[in-house]
Write a protein of this length. Structure first.
Length: 289
């Protein structure tokens, strides 16, 4: 009998049915969690295409006709705020990734006195609640004359994001085989060449992770911009949505359309970069887990 005709013994039908029954509660629980998580988004989506009359008469269910012009009204209102958030996020990503890569590379691949102490101090910064540094940070920004500027949104974000970024970078870089660096040194590569040609290309997953976390932080930051920025042209989308709500009054369709538009960048980023995000958290390359 040839190997092609040999078939693995199939499991008895009773065993398969028993496994299906045992996994059914898990599937039901997962479906319930997904439904609860998606319910607010479905509510925002259905409300964003309603008029005030439809919103009052059909609060939970969709109502026809659909009013997609609410999105045009919302976009005209929040487009400047989204532009500010994109600028702040882009500059913050560059600063955080640059600082995190350099510090993580040094802590992971160089031996020097106090190396472990400095890393412990970086970890300790994560335990400091952000509210504890709010007043000192505000006074510092005021004394530097940075209030009501884009830098008051960027610099604290870079300083805070570099802490977690350094921890993620160091942990990830330590997982890169040391033999790659040793072989490159034998071939005459210096520290800058090791950083540029070996460490940087292999660290793209964790760079994507840090970048995505930075965008999420910028998009969700509300209290600090509300406290430090008074010029409407410099407000990010988180504060701009509150301003939009006041301007739109009771136009619930346009207001919820603005919420929907503001959430799309994060949704699309995570949709296309989720595998890199998970790979960076797990400490590997996409598809290696």
């Amino acid at each position: 009998m040839s190997a092609a005709t040999i078939q693995a013994p199939s499991r008895p039908p009773r065993v398969r049915a028993k496994r299906r029954r045992s996994s059914a509660p898990i599937h039901i629980a997962l479906i319930a969690i997904v439904a609860v998580g998606l319910l607010p988004y479905l509510f925002v989506l259905t409300t964003s295409v309603k008029t005030n009359e439809q919103f009052a008469t059909n609060y939970w269910v969709p109502s026809f006709p659909l009013h997609f012009e609410n999105y045009a009204t919302a976009w005209n209102q929040i487009a400047p705020f989204m532009a500010v958030s994109i600028i702040v996020a882009a500059v913050s990503i560059v600063g955080i990734v640059a600082l995190s890569l350099l510090s993580g590379f040094v802590l992971a691949r160089f031996q020097f006195p106090g190396r472990q102490f400095f890393f412990i101090m970086v970890i300790a910064l994560l335990m400091v609640p952000s509210i504890a540094s709010l007043i000192p940070l505000f006074v510092m920004m005021r004394d530097f004359g940075l209030l009501n500027t884009l830098w008051v949104l960027i610099l604290p974000r870079v300083a805070g994001g570099a802490v977690l970024g350094t921890i993620l970078m160091k942990t990830f870089i330590e997982g890169i085989p040391q033999e790659l660096f040793d072989a490159a040194r034998v071939d005459g590569a210096g520290t800058a060449r090791l950083f540029r040609s070996i460490m940087l290309p292999l660290s793209l997953p964790v760079v994507g992770t840090v970048s995505l976390l930075t965008v999420i932080g910028v998009w969700n930051d509300f209290f600090w911009p509300l406290l430090t920025v008074t010029d409407n042209a410099l407000k990010p989308v988180s504060v701009g949505l509150l301003f939009f709500r006041g301007q739109a009054g009771t136009d619930y369709g346009a207001m919820f359309a603005g919420y929907m538009i503001a959430s799309l960048p994060l949704l699309l980023l995570f949709l296309f970069l989720s595998k890199y995000f998970l790979a960076g958290i797990q400490g590997g390359l996409p598809g290696s887990h």
